[in-house]
Design a protein around this ligand. Structure first.
Ligand code: AHE
Ligand code: ZN
Ligand code: ZN
Length: 191
């Protein structure tokens, strides 16, 4: 079966496998002149394909590739003056390059299960070897970007074929993590 829509160049090229022991690197934006560089000093987690409209994706891609790293491991090392916050009211405070539009890091600062984590796009690492995505999140959201709803069965089948289970929110593991955090906060579960 054909791939019904371009998912993402990295996924469409066969999703090169990385290593779970990847220990960090430098994210770089797409500017030729004075690119923004962000150092991630350590590993990344929860790498996934995301179909939401908020995450940065290359032109023509339906999905972003997005992961998290602890905020303390993320440092802007070059040309941080080019960064601006895309939406200051969003949970993820995505810092994008004003010139090329690439999102460089997005910290979660408010009280939330993901507080202390920064969302990053591993494809922007200068280094190879970052762990491949483990699932596809917010798949139905690609319709919000204009994908024909009639293509969704094909998209989900294709994601499964390449090894990414499609979910319309996050993976069950992450949704359980979020719900456990909420239940402990409300007292429904013991701390
Ligand atoms: N249908 C919406 C969904 C947007 C959304 O909730 N995105 C998620 C996933 S981003 C990475 O996994 C989210 O947590 N967003 C928080 C935020 O953006 O601050 C749409 O497509 O726009
Ligand atoms: Zn740039
Ligand atoms: Zn997203």
């Amino acid at each position: 079966m054909e791939n019904p829509v371009p998912l993402h160049p990295y996924l469409d090229a066969g999703m090169a496998k990385g290593s779970a022991t990847f220990s960090g690197g430098t994210l770089v934006c797409a500017c030729k002149d004075r690119p923004v560089r962000v150092r991630v000093n350590g590993g990344i987690a929860h790498n996934h394909a995301c179909g939401c409209t908020k995450c940065w994706k290359p032109k023509g891609a339906a999905f972003s590739i997005v992961a998290v790293a602890p905020h303390d491991s993320v440092t802007v090392v070059e040309n941080g003056d080019k960064l601006e916050i895309v939406d200051p009211t969003a949970l993820i405070r995505r810092h994008a390059c004003k010139e090329c539009g690439v999102h460089m890091y997005g910290p979660v600062e408010r009280e939330h299960p993901f507080q202390g984590l920064d969302f990053i796009h591993p494809e922007r690492f200068e280094e190879s070897g970052w762990p491949e995505p483990g699932f596809a999140a917010f798949v139905s959201s690609i319709i919000e970007s204009g994908v024909d709803p009639a293509k969704m069965n094909g998209v989900r089948n294709h994601l499964r074929r390449i090894g990414l289970e499609p979910y319309d929110c996050l993976s069950p593991e992450l949704m359980d993590y979020v719900a456990t955090w909420v239940a402990k906060k409300s007292g429904a579960l013991k701390q």
